[in-house]
Design a protein around this ligand. Structure first.
Ligand code: SAM
Length: 237
């Protein structure tokens, strides 16, 4: 069965779990999600002071990781279409001491309200999978990235090797949805949606090819933590 990724459902689902999102993220990934974002910031590091955009930013963890790395020298825009997630992101930004350098904006990844060629890096962490039209999201990311700039996609994938693959599948299909549901009490079963949406989403070469079709070149992908997540990076020609 195809996962329902209609904008209204996805926005409501994240709105419903926003208050528990960070706690569950760190709990269910055993804190490894922080390492994946830190790897993204390290491998796709900003150069100079041109602005950077993080889409599907949620509660802003990747945007904040970039903010901490650049220490306020690079303007960062963090965009998401779910106001409840953005509210938490703004609070975290204020706690981290960000003022004008980190701006949270409500925007749909499929219709980004920015001019062409505006950002040196356009990133997304665990968000593209949720965007109803993946190709539209990728082409919008590419459009607003400046020539020579980079588009970074951090996303879940499945480990290839046994026995880790079997263990991961068991955890992802049985443990994670139950713990997620018990803690979040999501009426829209957000933590059933997670493994289903990962299972349907292209990974490895398949996603790299979609990035090339969106207009990116030199696309690379790097499995992280035995392939539980993968970082894809492409350059706008
Ligand atoms: C799994 S969360 C990821 C949040 C954050 N990037 C992180 O690393 O934790 C996915 C986010 O994507 C957002 N999202 C999904 N579809 C979107 C769209 N079409 N436009 C903007 N945001 C979207 C959701 O609102 C949610 O905040």
């Amino acid at each position: 069965m195809t996962v329902d990724k209609s904008e209204t459902r996805v926005r409501r689902m994240f709105g419903e779990i926003a208050g528990r999102y960070d706690f569950l993220n760190h709990l269910l990934s055993l804190g490894i999600d922080r390492y994946w974002r830190s790897q993204t910031v390290k491998r796709v590091a900003p150069v100079g002071d041109r602005p950077l955009l993080d889409i599907c930013t949620g509660t802003g963890d990747l945007a904040l990781a970039y903010f901490k790395r650049t220490k306020g020298t690079v303007p960062i825009v963090a965009a998401d279409f779910c106001p409840e997630m953005l509210t938490i992101g703004k609070q975290k930004g204020a706690q981290a001491g960000a003022n004008g350098e980190l701006t949270f904006i409500e925007a749909d990844a499929q219709r980004l309200p920015f001019p062409d060629d505006a950002f040196q890096i356009v990133s997304v962490a665990f968000g593209l999978r949720n965007v109803a039209d993946t190709d539209r999201g990728l082409s919008e990311m590419t459009r607003v990235c400046r020539p020579g700039g980079r588009v970074a996609v951090l996303e879940f994938s499945s480990p290839r090797r046994q026995p880790l693959r079997a263990l991961y599948n068991w955890y992802f299909r049985h443990v994670l949805p139950r713990v997620g549901q018990a803690v979040s009490r999501s009426r829209l079963s957000a933590y059933d949606y997670l493994p289903s949406s990962v299972g349907e989403f292209p990974s490895g070469e398949a996603l790299a090819e979609r990035m090339r079709t969106a207009g990116l070149c030199d696309v690379t992908f790097t499995p992280l933590t035995f392939g539980i997540a993968t970082l894809y990076v492409g350059t706008k020609g």
